[in-house]
Design a protein around this ligand. Structure first.
Ligand code: THU
Length: 139
């Protein structure tokens, strides 16, 4: 586990994720999700899910936050923690598409916190997505 990220920082990220979930555009599922990314320089970028009548065009909260972060701060961003929240009292770990998308910018030991049953579960990114597809030849 990454020791440099304190519980209070993760709690704050979870709060920001829940806050941005209030802005969710989810008229089809009613599932309101928020995500907060912590960058290695301490910046926090949030995002919510944006649905579409053509369901496949829906963008998840995690990918909204990621696209915002790159657009705002450029292609060299590194993610050291991700918090996910929903306002439906449900479990919601990042979906497979979001995991692979985050993999481009997340440290292997980034902490990912998300609702799982009645509790918040925290795990390393490389536990959440082992064997990620990666075309970069050198690290
Ligand atoms: N959703 C997210 O925002 N993040 C995920 O990782 C999984 C699902 C959204 C997409 C859709 O608007 C709603 O949750 C129901 O699938």
């Amino acid at each position: 586990m990454r020791t440099s990220i304190s519980e209070s920082i993760l709690d704050d990220l979870l709060r920001q994720a829940a806050l941005v979930a209030e802005k969710s555009y989810s008229p089809y599922s009613g599932f309101r999700v928020g995500a907060a990314l912590l960058l290695d320089d301490g910046k926090v970028v949030t995002g919510t899910n944006v649905e579409n009548a053509s369901f496949g065009l829906t963008v998840c909260a995690e990918r909204t936050a990621l696209v915002k972060a790159v657009s705002e701060f450029g292609p060299r961003i590194r993610i050291t923690a991700v918090a996910v929240a929903n306002l439906n009292g449900a479990a919601s770990s990042p979906c497979g598409a979001c995991r692979q998308t985050l993999a481009e910018f997340a440290e292997r030991d980034a902490l990912i916190a998300f609702p799982a049953g009645r509790e918040i579960r925290t795990m390393r990114f490389d536990e959440l997505l082992p064997l990620q597809f990666d075309m970069k030849l050198e690290k």
